[in-house]
Design a protein around this ligand. Structure first.
Ligand code: C2O
Ligand code: CU
Ligand code: CU
Length: 570
């Protein structure tokens, strides 16, 4: 039985017990689960076995392990910290032709010892040469692809995993049949060539990761992701020293194994006990002068509200799709949702004691951000989990003396970004959730506990786009090539979801929440934007190439669970 049938049959059998939220909801409040206790009085509801269980009793049922996980995890300080930030390895160009970047990427299992004495099997991208891009060099991050506007990129992908896979070029304007769509999977042992040409104006900070049907979350959390930088010939910040911080999430069992996804991971998106920066926990960054940082959130689901502390402001100069029109100075926080990237200017003097000879060191931290994670309990007022605590990501030492010697001037204008043209069409994308709590609470529900290798998705939990789960055979929306469209991304669910669209960069026009319309205060190109519960984000978007494009929530568990649609561009 294929996975989707399994899920739908299970749902069908329990249809009278379906508890719907969002656009289907009997309740639209944030505390969406609180309606559950009242449902016992509804026809057909009284027999639901775990209907009135709070967290305590639910954990005594057979289903509890599948929800929260029972394998002991390594402690949050079990990985060594404090090493100098690792350099990302670069994928070597095998071509000698000007304007051509040619290379091989192999996805394969590798063994690495991060947890002392307990090797971990990761899945990792490596170059095909066994040399600088090869398996034994550098951290568990795919090698960096560094290319220029105008380059033709030709990458041979070799799948040495036991599952189908693809490589998706997140954010890049590549033709649909080269973009690693779920429909274009490469079988285990198979290979293919991806080929595309980078147009003028595409300079920016991108990444690549697998996108196979219902297997993207697992392949990314096992280590498959890597950075891409596209450079422009006229980059106004070309002279700035660059630092690259590629954030990934890791959930390790005490024996060094990568933990599987449990019910709670599927529901809220997986967050491990570790965030790695270039493959290591809490590295040390020693600034030598003012620097341009590129940061990637390649975590499955973890939101990174980046801060160096209130007395260490920084500037943002870029988003997913390259430089902003003008720097945003004086920021102390920047939210990077899963999938998003940014470019920052971090000053050597480090703020704070700016006139003195020394600046206090700072801790680059993912500050507390409440993305309204859901709980499985049904008691009143207890419907969401507390936000993940703040997490230190890296220790930063500044170099005020260097700043005094050679201050760098940040241009007031970085590039032209035209205001969005008037739209000729508009579209709405509604995110919602549907939870069948009875099915979810059944013993053995969820992926863990299923026969190994089946990769079943949990029954009873659906994440929807315009009222439906992803169906590979269905076109969700249709656009005409070249049309400027206004999309309204309407989050009617109870938690944050980062919206992502393939194949183009868009501009956020305005955000609407509680009837209040807030125009976006600056111009930027993005391919991913967070949408809070109850919020509508309006974007201006244009597709240039005919074919099928995916759009989805970039919490990869939600994407695998069906919070994805297909845009057909004609
Ligand atoms: Cu980063 Cu559809 O993906
Ligand atoms: Cu993408
Ligand atoms: Cu989501």
């Amino acid at each position: 039985m294929i996975r989707r049938e399994f899920m739908l049959r299970t749902l069908g059998a329990a249809m009278s017990a379906v508890f719907a939220r969002g656009s289907f909801g009997q309740t639209s409040s944030h505390a969406g689960m609180q309606g559950m206790d009242d449902m016992g009085s509804m026809p057909g509801m009284a027999s639901m076995p775990s209907m009135h269980h709070g967290a305590g009793s639910a954990h005594q049922t057979g289903g509890a392990h599948a929800m929260t996980g029972s394998a002991p995890l390594a402690s949050a300080d079990a990985l060594p910290a404090g090493a100098p930030l690792a350099m990302l390895r670069t994928l070597p160009n095998e071509s000698r032709e000007p304007g051509v970047f040619r290379a091989t990427l192999v996805a394969q299992p590798v063994s690495r010892t991060l947890l002392p004495g307990h090797p971990t099997t990761f899945w990792q991208y490596d170059g095909g040469d066994g040399g600088a891009g090869g398996a034994e060099a550098g951290p568990v991050v795919g090698p960096m692809i560094e290319v220029r506007e105008g380059d033709t990129v030709e990458i041979r992908f070799v799948n040495r995993l036991a599952q189908p896979s693809t490589i998706h070029w997140h954010g890049l304007p590549v033709p649909p049949d080269q973009d690693g769509n779920p429909a274009d999977a490469v079988a285990p042992g198979g290979s293919r060539v991806y080929r595309f040409t980078l147009p003028p104006g595409s300079a920016g900070t991108y990444w690549y990761h697998p996108h196979p049907h219902q297997l993207s979350a697992e392949q990314v959390f096992r280590g498959l992701a890597g950075p891409i930088i596209v450079r422009a010939p006229d980059d106004p910040l070309a002279g700035w020293p660059e630092r690259h911080l590629f954030f990934t999430d890791l959930k390790l069992a005490a024996d060094g194994a990568i933990a599987p996804n449990y019910m709670m991971d599927w529901m809220n998106g997986r967050e491990g006990q570790f965030v790695l920066v270039n493959g290591a926990r809490r590295p040390r960054i020693a600034m030598a002068g003012d620097e341009r940082w590129r940061v990637w959130n390649a975590c499955n689901a973890r939101y990174l509200l980046l801060t160096l502390g209130d007395d260490h402001p920084f500037a943002q100069v870029g988003t997913d799709g390259g430089l902003l029109a003008a720097p945003r100075e004086g920021l102390t926080r920047l939210l990077l949702a899963p999938g998003e990237r940014a470019e920052l200017i971090v000053r050597a003097k480090g703020g704070g004691a700016s006139d003195g000879a020394s600046a206090t060191p700072a801790v680059l931290t993912a500050a507390l951000y409440d993305r309204r994670k859901m709980s499985m309990t049904m008691s009143h007022g207890d419907a969401s989990l507390p936000p993940s605590p703040a997490m230190p990501l890296a220790d930063v030492e500044f170099a005020p003396a260097a700043a005094g010697a050679a201050p760098r001037v940040l241009p007031a204008r970085l590039r032209e970004i035209a205001a969005p043209a008037a739209p000729v069409a508009s579209k709405t994308v509604v995110f919602s959730e549907q939870m069948d709590m009875a099915t979810m609470h059944q013993p053995g529900a969820g992926m863990h506990g299923m026969p190994a290798g089946m990769h079943d998705l949990p029954a009873g939990m659906r994440f929807l786009v315009n009222g439906a789960s992803f169906d590979p055979a269905r076109i969700t929306l249709t656009s005409r090539r070249g049309d400027v469209e206004r999309w309204s991304i309407d989050n009617q669910s109870d938690m944050d979801h980062p919206f992502h669209l393939h194949g183009t960069q868009f501009q956020v026009v305005e955000r609407v929440k509680g009837g209040v319309v807030t125009p976006e205060p600056f111009r930027a190109w993005r391919d991913t934007v967070n949408v809070e519960p109850g919020e509508i984000v309006r974007i201006s978007v244009q597709q240039q190439t005919a074919g099928e494009r995916m759009f989805h929530c970039h919490i990869l568990e939600h994407e695998d669970l069906g919070m994805m649609g297909t845009l057909k561009v004609v």
